[in-house]
Each structure stands twice: as structure tokens, then as C-alpha cells.
Design a protein around this ligand. Structure first.
Ligand SMILES: NC(=O)c1ccc[n+]([C@@H]2O[C@H](COP(=O)([O-])OP(=O)(O)OC[C@H]3O[C@@H](n4cnc5c(N)ncnc54)[C@H](O)[C@@H]3O)[C@@H](O)[C@H]2O)c1
Length: 324
């Protein structure tokens, strides 16, 4: 694919996995990232690639030069820590709302018609409708969820007012290689994997029946790229459409890692939602996309990347979906 794209947040967990697939598919890729939570470690295996460039910058400082020759922007840069967003909503708004507005404005000025934005299931809050459709009520429980929702509305407005063809992806629980377990708020899977690798107890807050829709990062990357290549626009849930309970997850982690860990249940945490799962019909029918990595398969691949050099296995898991 002889196209040039900019990936904001491309040094982060999902962004760096997306960049791997874009380079595999022949794209010219620029990463713009301020390295606040991302790291050049996540992209070091690609830094010698002549089709990759890296700009260390805040999304609020994007200039016309950064967008020269760019056909589309994958906008992933964000502050992703929900707890921090409650502690410092102004900073969350600066990055997650104003930053998105700045990306959109610079794209409009540069004549770029497509921004593909990673929003979140957090826009729905504790919604009654599970599995959740894109039209379900939106009652976010944090500034993070609120700014993601407001930013999605900006993209939609730019489609209406400026004739752009932007895409809003509401990602559910993404997991896979390069998810950072040292981050105190990182996903439950990276924590379970770390504890299991040390044969430590896997702690579940609550009765273990609470569910999440865990989607493998390469399936997410595939959906983003297909949306660009098929030139769709609009708002789409990205998830498997299947609920996995935390008890099942913990047992599967123990199984794939061969760990001697046991599972303990502790008192449930306040404010945690019980069920989360999306209806992904809209994306499936628009793209022919299928999240074809099962939880066991995804955990096994993730485990492999923790055990062996990531680059040896980084090609697993997306080709089938993309080439359909
Ligand atoms: N991980 C998930 O399960 C999940 C779920 C829903 C939505 N998302 C969304 O997906 C995107 C990627 O999340 P992730 O899990 O890879 O997190 P991440 O923290 O690994 O990635 C975010 C990246 O953005 C960069 N960044 C942050 N602020 C920036 C700024 N002001 N300017 C430039 N770069 C900046 C960080 O350095 C990092 O590389 C985010 O938009 C997030 O809201 C993630």
C-alpha cells in the first residue's frame, strides 16, 4: 500500500502494534508521540525501517510540517488512565479533548479527509444494555470517558461540516504484547500474566463473575487498517462480542502459562461495572472484519511474546483477518 499515514500515540501499546501491521502492509508511517506513557522500546525493532519516521511531540503542538504528504491520521495518543482523569480533569481535557480538536483542525487545514480515532467503551458508563450497541445511552463515569465521547462528537461534526470521512472506534478491553504490567492501572490481563509468571496469587476483586469483552490487539489493529482501506466512516464498537468472566480469565491465564498460582477473591471495588460486552455487528457488516483470536489463543500469543523475543512472533495473528 503506497500510502503515508501519521500515527499519534504510535509508541504506545496499541499504537506500536498498529505500526507493525502498517509497515508490514507497505505503508510509509510517521509516529507522533510525546513518550509520556509510550516508549521507543515499543518501536525499537522498526526504527531502522526507511518507511518509518518518529516525531517526539505533544499532539497539541502538531504543525503543518508534521502533516506534509500525509493521507490519513490514526489518532491514538491519549492519557488513558481513568483514575488520573478524575484527579486531574483539566489535564485530561487538554490531551483527550483539546488534543483531538487540534489534530482535527490541523488535518482540515492540510486537506486530510480521514482521521481514525480510538475512543473507548468508557463512553457508555454502567450501561444496562449488554451487549451494548453504538446507540446505547452514554453516561460516562469519568472525565476520560466524557472527553472520549466529546472528542468522538467532534469527529462526527467534522464529517458533517467539513466533508471529512472520520471514523470513531469504541474499543473494549484490548490486550496483548507491550501492555505494561508495571502501570498500576494497566489492564487486568497484563497483571494476571505477570502474577502467573511469578506463581503469585491472582487477585480478583469481587465474586469473579464480572465480565469484560477482551479483544486481542492485532485484531484491533486489523479493524483500524481495514476501516481506512475500505474508506468507511462513522462510529463502531470494536470488541469480540463475547463476555469473559474474570474467573474464566484467571483460569485460562494459569492454564496457558503453566503457572502454580491460585485464585483469591477479595472485596469488590467501589464503582466497578459488573458486565461489559459490545455488539460488534456494525463493524463486522461494514468491513467483513472478524475478531478471530479466541481468548485462549490471544493469551497464548501474548505469553509467547513475554517469554521470547517479541519480533519473532509479532507477525502472528492479523494476516488472516486483513487479507479476507
Ligand atoms: N488499552 C485499552 O484497552 C483501550 C481501550 C479503549 C480505548 N483505548 C484507547 O486506545 C488508545 C491507545 O491506548 P493504549 O492502551 O495503547 O495506551 P498507551 O498509554 O500505551 O498509548 C498512548 C500513547 O499516547 C502517547 N501520548 C499521550 N499523551 C500524548 C500527547 N499529549 N501527545 C502525544 N502523544 C501522547 C503516549 O506516550 C502513548 O505512547 C488511546 O486513545 C486509548 O484511549 C485503549
Amino acid at each position: 500500500m503506497n500510502r503515508t499515514v501519521l500515527v499519534t500515540g504510535g509508541a504506545g501499546f496499541i499504537g506500536s502494534n498498529l505500526v507493525d501491521v502498517l509497515l508490514e502492509r507497505g505503508y510509509q508511517v510517521s509516529i507522533l508521540d510525546d513518550l509520556s506513557t509510550g516508549s521507543t522500546r515499543n518501536i525499537s525493532h522498526n526504527l531502522g525501517n526507511p518507511r518509518l519516521s518518529f516525531i517526539e511531540k505533544d499532539i497539541n503542538d502538531i504543525s503543518p510540517v508534521d502533516l506534509q504528504g500525509v493521507d490519513a491520521v490514526f489518532h491514538l495518543a491519549a492519557r488513558v488512565n481513568v483514575v488520573d482523569s478524575i484527579a486531574d480533569p483539566m489535564e485530561d481535557a487538554r490531551v483527550n479533548y483539546n488534543g483531538t480538536l487540534n489534530v482535527l483542525e490541523r488535518c482540515r487545514e492540510a486537506g486530510i479527509k480521514k482521521v481514525l480515532f480510538t475512543s473507548s467503551a468508557a463512553v457508555y458508563g454502567d450501561v444496562e444494555e449488554v451487549p451494548t450497541t453504538e446507540d446505547a445511552s452514554k453516561e460516562p463515569l469519568s472525565p476520560y470517558g466524557n472527553h472520549k465521547y466529546a472528542s468522538g462528537n467532534l469527529l462526527r461534526l467534522y464529517n458533517q461540516i467539513h466533508g471529512m470521512k472520520n471514523v470513531i472506534f469504541r474499543l473494549f478491553n484490548v490486550y496483548g504484547p507491550r501492555q505494561d504490567p508495571s502501570n498500576p492501572y494497566s489492564g487486568v490481563i497484563s497483571k494476571f500474566m505477570e502474577w502467573a509468571s511469578k506463581d503469585q496469587e491472582l487477585t480478583i476483586f469481587g465474586d469473579g463473575g464480572q465480565t469484560r469483552d477482551f479483544v486481542y490487539v492485532k485484531d484491533v489493529a486489523a479493524s483500524l487498517i481495514m476501516a481506512y482501506e475500505k474508506d468507511i466512516e462513522g462510529t463502531f464498537n470494536v470488541g469480540t462480542g463475547s463476555e469473559t468472566s474474570l474467573d474464566h480469565l484467571a483460569n485460562t491465564v494459569i492454564d496457558v502459562t503453566g503457572s502454580k498460582s491460585s485464585i483469591v477473591h477479595r472485596e469488590k471495588r467501589a464503582g466497578e461495572i459488573y458486565r461489559s460486552c459490545c455488539l460488534n455487528k456494525k463493524l463486522k457488516s461494514s468491513l467483513g472484519w472478524a475478531p478471530d483470536t479466541s481468548i485462549k489463543e490471544g493469551l497464548s500469543k501474548y505469553h509467547l511474546t513475554l517469554t521470547f523475543n517479541y519480533t519473532r512472533v509479532s507477525k502472528l495473528g492479523y494476516r488472516d483477518t486483513l487479507d479476507k
